[in-house]
Design a protein around this ligand. Structure first.
Ligand SMILES: NC(=O)c1ccc[n+]([C@@H]2O[C@H](COP(=O)([O-])OP(=O)(O)OC[C@H]3O[C@@H](n4cnc5c(N)ncnc54)[C@H](O)[C@@H]3O)[C@@H](O)[C@H]2O)c1
Ligand SMILES: O=c1ccn([C@@H]2O[C@H](COP(=O)(O)OP(=O)(O)O[C@H]3O[C@H](CO)[C@@H](O)[C@H](O)[C@H]3O)[C@@H](O)[C@H]2O)c(=O)[nH]1
Length: 332
């Protein structure tokens, strides 16, 4: 198949490009390199450009005959979205509309969308299944939910078939060590802890110890990037074979929650093997953090046949640690 990966120079997109290429598909990456990296695109053709550029999109779709589109491009910092909502609605919603409209004009009807647990807001219950109400509490989550809504209307009106995959906490790195997580600024827990362990940061700060959880720190569902990508491949096949039609959505996580403290303990164990230690500091709660977010991914397993392979937190951390050591060595 010939697949367009929008945002393929970013963390999740770059791993997806590799998996698609390894599975024998042709890949074109469209990325404006705003938060992604040219060096992360190791397979296929990279077109540097912006989703806001409708002429570029028209040219791209006229030149290639795409079988499907995977859309990872977005701004995704919760705090920034509260301060600059315009940026989020423009990039995550308006620019996505540009993409969807050009797809409809060129009769490309298979679309996989990166959605998020942030569309649920404060959970009423956990694990969170697809029936859980979606009440986002920040513009980032709201922008993603708007696209989910748009996709329902585009399925009805234009026959555009789509799968929204709502990731919980994406983490880990390519098991072969070719790719890993690079965000600037980095805000995600696991890479921050590893940077503290490797000496790139002074310490890791735990944001709040007074949550209603076993040890007082927040609980999250950490899912390996390879398992996220395998779900995308299955979702694409589900659409292309015609098994899935309309606008579908699945929650993606391992269904197991780990507290910030538990993640720190696993990291300490792994990095001690390399003689590294970790300084842990206590901090205030970060605004907008729910106490517990854990996915119920029963639907993804039942409908897509998805099976996470790297569902053990220690393996996830080992892969991310290998990437951190490589990255640090490159920088020094
Ligand atoms: N990382 C997570 O834990 C997580 C969790 C849930 C959902 N998501 C979603 O997954 C997707 C990928 O996340 P990531 O962590 O890989 O982010 P990332 O920032 O590493 O990747 C996003 C990529 O999109 C590109 N991009 C952004 N706007 C663009 C535009 N207008 N035109 C062209 N390219 C553009 C960036 O340059 C970057 O390469 C995002 O949509 C994010 O909201 C991520
Ligand atoms: O220095 C830090 C950074 C994070 N945390 C905590 O670690 C947990 C995980 O935080 P983070 O890695 O920032 O992920 P989330 O805030 O859970 O958000 C991720 O997961 C969401 C879905 O669950 C997605 O919507 C977001 O895009 C993605 O960044 C949270 O409880 C944070 O409070 C700390 O204690 N210290």
């Amino acid at each position: 198949m010939n697949i367009l990966v929008v945002g393929g120079a970013g963390y999740i997109g770059s791993h997806m490009v590799k998996m698609l290429a390894k599975a024998g598909h042709d890949v074109v990456v469209l990325d404006n390199l705003s938060t992604g990296f040219r060096s992360a695109v190791k397979y296929g053709e990279l077109v540097v450009g912006d989703l806001a550029d409708i002429h570029l999109l028209e040219g791209l779709f006229a030149k290639h005959s795409f079988d499907g589109v995977m859309h990872f491009a977005a701004n995704s910092l919760v705090g920034e979205s509260v301060d600059y909502p315009s940026k989020y609605y423009r990039n995550n919603v308006s620019n996505t509309l540009n993409l969807l409209d050009v797809m409809v004009r060129h009769d490309v009807r298979h679309f996989i969308f990166s959605s998020t647990a942030a569309t649920f807001g404060e959970p009423d219950y956990t694990p969170i299944d697809e029936a859980h109400p979606q009440r986002p509490i920040n513009p980032y989550g709201a922008s993603k939910l708007m696209v989910e809504r748009i996709l329902k209307d585009y399925a009805t009106a234009y026959g555009l078939n789509s799968v929204c995959l709502r990731y919980f906490n994406a983490c880990g790195a390519d098991p072969e060590g070719d790719l890993g997580e690079n965000h600037d600024p980095e805000t995600h827990l696991i890479p921050l802890i590893l940077q503290a362990a490797s000496g790139r940061r002074e310490a890791i700060t735990v944001f709040g110890r007074d949550y209603a959880t076993a040890d007082g720190s927040c609980v999250r569902d950490y899912i390996h990037i390879q398992d996220l990508c395998s779900a995308h491949l299955l979702a694409l096949e589900h659409l292309i074979t015609g098994a899935g039609q309309g606008a579908l959505a699945f929650n993606l996580g391992n269904g197991a929650g780990y507290s910030v403290q538990q993640v720190i303990e696993v990291v300490k164990r792994v990095v001690a093997e390399d003689g590294c230690e970790l300084v842990v500091k206590e901090g205030e709660r970060r605004a907008g953090d729910p106490a517990i977010l854990v996915a119920d991914a029963t639907q993804a397993r039942a409908v897509l046949g998805w099976q996470p392979f790297y569902d053990d937190l220690e393996t996830i951390i080992r892969h991310a640690w290998a990437w951190e050591l490589r990255d640090k060595a490159l920088l020094s």
